[in-house]
Write a protein of this length. Structure first.
Length: 505
């Protein structure tokens, strides 16, 4: 049975397990034959690649007629007697190699004819253009650098099973160039974030992943055990409380790009481990943090995509600077007609008003702030398509934000929304240690009643605040969700290289 013929058959019919086993054995037999002939590809330790596909095509006039060394995976092969063509995919794209028996030698050419789709080759040759106009490399030498012992998915449809793509990201990246593009966008976005902040005087720092207290967010943590200390510890659910300790210590502008862990459900927008950027700036407030997030996302879109406009989740959005800024109460009034500011502080009236516009208040403490928030969450958030900052959140849902100096029921907090998705969360940070302690107590009471997502008491953080923290603006935003938007994908798993998956038995 000749493998190339069988692989062509795989383009049109589903390969059986028996056929797959035969293909696997054929490839191993080819490897054994090479090894017996002293041509073991796995013994090669270096190939001095000096050119890439995209660069050769972009600079063809300068490179035409010059020798280059390219390397990559063979994705196509066409044998025509004494000459052949091979499609080589490297880190920057695809390029064709022209391989002739009289140029590389009879024995090397015979070896090449046995090579399989998926094998990794190193090719030395001259840059030229074929009669059909395709920029190619005319080979003078071909080396097998690594043997692929498993056939790739059929080339016309690629790896289309989404779950398999996430489980076998290495195959996904080989077969689906758009997946590679997503991760190139991600890398460029993280680089832009760091550059943007460093240019504005921020210092990148690192804080603990393991802590005796899980704080800084409303989330259920992962728990582990430290054997030497014989204590349970928590994987961090946020970097906030450690970063604000640094503000107390006089590091006035700090940020961290880091992994966060939350023991929660999984869907297209949530993965148990994800990446955030949190930053804190002394002597600024909520307005300053709106400028920072808008600057990062707008600037990244322009640099990476070349435009402020993109399409995400079925909507064309415009990320140009000048995002809408509106209070939560005004947004609720605008979209539902419910005026919570007219009954501020009246808990019974607020609950009745929320219910009158169809809000479910079951399982929620019946306070004015919770009624306002639930109305926004259930009736307004889904309508926020274009970039919008929602400001002035109720105290009940903002345990770490500073109270508004003009309204004690509200806090100086915002969340940014695009296509109904939260893109960032920021505060004028609470720096009153007495107020902070009382809010921690309220959260601890919720936790004692069974709310596993409520904040824990962090007495050391309160102690830090007692030394004095200047007025500070703080912001956290999800790297993954921003990359989803820039890449135009609807699943967080498309921008996390190795997302969490249920194990296969």
């Amino acid at each position: 049975m000749e493998e190339n013929r069988t692989e062509n058959t795989m383009q049109n019919v589903e390969v059986t397990e028996k056929e797959l086993n035969e293909l696997l054995q054929i490839r191993r037999d080819k490897l054994s034959a090479l090894q017996a002939a002293g041509k073991n590809p796995f013994e090669i330790v270096r190939f001095d690649q000096n050119a890439f596909s995209a660069d050769i095509k972009a600079d063809f006039d300068a490179l035409e007629g010059k020798e280059v060394m390219i390397a990559g995976r063979m994705m196509a092969k066409r044998i025509m007697g004494k000459a052949s063509f091979a499609g080589i995919r490297d880190a920057k794209g695809d390029i064709q190699a022209y391989i002739r028996r009289d140029d590389i030698g009879e024995e090397p050419y015979a070896d090449f004819k046995t090579y399989d789709i998926g094998d990794i080759l190193g090719i030395t040759g001259i840059v030229f253009r074929t009669k059909t106009g395709e920029i190619s490399v005319h080979a003078s030498d071909v080396k097998l650098l690594s043997k692929s012992l498993r056939p790739l998915p059929e080339k016309f449809h690629g790896l289309t099973d989404k779950e398999l793509r996430y489980r076998q990201r290495y195959v996904d990246l080989i077969m689906n160039p758009e997946s590679k593009r997503n991760f190139e966008i991600r890398s460029r976005f993280v680089s832009f974030v760091r550059r943007y902040l460093e240019e504005r005087g921020f210092l990148e720092v690192e804080t603990p992943v393991l802590s005796a207290v899980a704080g800084g967010a409303t989330a259920r943590p992962f728990i582990t055990h430290h054997n030497a200390l014989d204590i349970d510890m928590y994987m961090r659910i946020a970097t906030e409380l450690h970063l604000k300790r640094l503000i107390v210590g006089g590091m006035d502008r700090v940020f961290e790009v880091g992994r966060i862990f939350r023991n929660e459900g999984m869907d297209t927008r949530h993965n148990p481990e994800f990446t955030t950027c949190e930053l804190y700036q002394a002597y600024t407030n909520l307005e300053g943090m709106m400028d920072v997030l808008e600057g990062i996302i707008s600037g990244a879109a322009k640099e990476i995509l070349g435009t402020y406009k993109t399409t995400w989740l079925g909507h064309e959005i415009d990320l140009a600077p000048g995002w809408k800024r509106i209070t939560m109460a005004d947004a609720v009034l605008e979209h539902t007609g419910a005026d919570f500011m007219a009954i501020e502080g009246d808990e019974d009236a607020a609950v009745a008003l929320a219910k009158s516009v169809g809000v479910d208040m079951d399982g929620v403490d019946h306070t004015w702030g919770n009624a306002l928030y639930e109305t926004f969450d259930q009736k307004v958030e889904e309508k926020l398509i274009q970039p919008t900052f929602i400001t002035m959140y109720p105290v009940e849902v903002s345990p770490l934000a500073k109270r508004s100096p003009i309204d004690p029921h509200l806090t100086e907090r915002y969340e940014a929304f695009v296509c109904s998705c939260e893109m960032g969360n920021a505060f004028s940070e609470l720096n009153d240690p007495i107020d902070q302690y009382e809010r921690f107590k309220a959260q601890a009471a919720k936790r004692a009643k069974g709310d596993e997502e409520a904040d824990m008491m962090d007495e050391d953080f309160v102690l830090a605040l007692e030394y004095g923290m200047p007025p500070t603006g703080g912001l956290g935003f999800g790297i993954d969700r921003c990359c989803m938007m820039l890449a135009g994908t609807d699943s967080i798993r498309d921008v996390i290289l190795f997302p969490t998956m249920r194990p296969i038995d």
